[in-house]
Design a protein around this ligand. Sequence first.
Ligand code: NAD
Ligand code: ZN
Length: 357
Amino acid sequence: MQFRNFKMVGYVVYGRGSFNQLDEIIAPHRKQGAPMVFLLDHHFKGRPLESRIPLRGNDLLLHADVTHEPKTTQVDALAQQLKEAYGTVSGVIGIGGGSTLDLAKAVSLMMGNPGSSADYQGWDLVKQPGVYKVGIPTLSGTGAEVSRTTVLTGPTRKLGMNSDFTPFDQIVLDPELTKDAPKNQRFYTGMDCYIHCIESLEGTYLNEFSKSYGEKALQLCREVFLDAPEWNDACDDKLMMASYAGGMSIAYSQVGVAHAVSYGLSYLLGTRHGIGNCIVFDQLEEFYPAGVAEFKKMVAKDGYDIPKGITQGLTDEQFDKMIDVSLGMKPLWENALGKNWESMMTRDRLRALYERL
Ligand code: NAD
Ligand code: ZN
């Protein structure tokens, strides 16, 4: 048995207002002549957070266009732009949702590796460290702040640059930054965490390491989405730690059916990760009966919008594409259904599931 020896984030600072320490935290990582690059989620363009970024010298502030989830072409263009203008940079600091965090990780890696980011989609293909990288989430749930991957849509697949060089050197967990997230978006990203917990805790890969983090994250999700009479600051604090713990849980286990199916939607229709997982999870009673019942209670409690009918009118060819992408996620299926998953999840069964979405 080969045990996973996994690389974690270097430094963690947590607390309301901890963003104010950023200048001090990154100071030792500044290199003469090489700018710090701040990659700010475009949502914050012109908003107060933008003016709090500690720009010095020739530092660069770039707005991350996350209209669509990150693509390898977008990563390559950003890295190329930086290489041409500066040769190298002191670091890349991503401030935003999971998409911006993934972009920051990937651009940092490409500052130290040749070719295209598409060459590194897979496991342990990245051979050199990138530049110093910092992740500062403004939405809670994906676990991208702790993970060893960065999910990118490439020319032929949607797959992460999964490597020991991928985790951030530093993360800044400041729950104040998530305060103004729109209600539905906050729910979709929060449910990504809830679904990570259910898929990890109900999976065949479960062990005490994953369980201890998964149970804590699940408890926090319940406090936030079921017990709190209305959203308050404590909910932001809790959901940020739920995201962290949920990410730690799947780091040593795996996600499951909702993620495997949602990857197909995302590949074909561009459905975003959080909302896609919600659309799928809503239909997964046969796999996760208790989790789905609780999810529906959370949806009903605050009246969130879960779209329906998104696969209506698709062609056979399109269904086949989604099925191919989904069945390609072998470890996810194996975690969810066990070693014999291929005999259980037939193409017909998966087609019927996609038709219900
Ligand atoms: P997101 O980053 O895709 O952002 C969703 C929307 O919310 C965007 O329009 C963004 O501009 C906006 N936004 C961000 N912060 C905001 C705030 N505070 N207030 C208002 N709007 C805000 O959303 P997400 O759910 O955080 O991340 C999903 C992405 O994360 C996907 O690209 C997915 O592939 C990736 N992901 C990565 C991992 C990993 O381990 N690397 C894990 C799960 C998901
Ligand atoms: Zn997820």
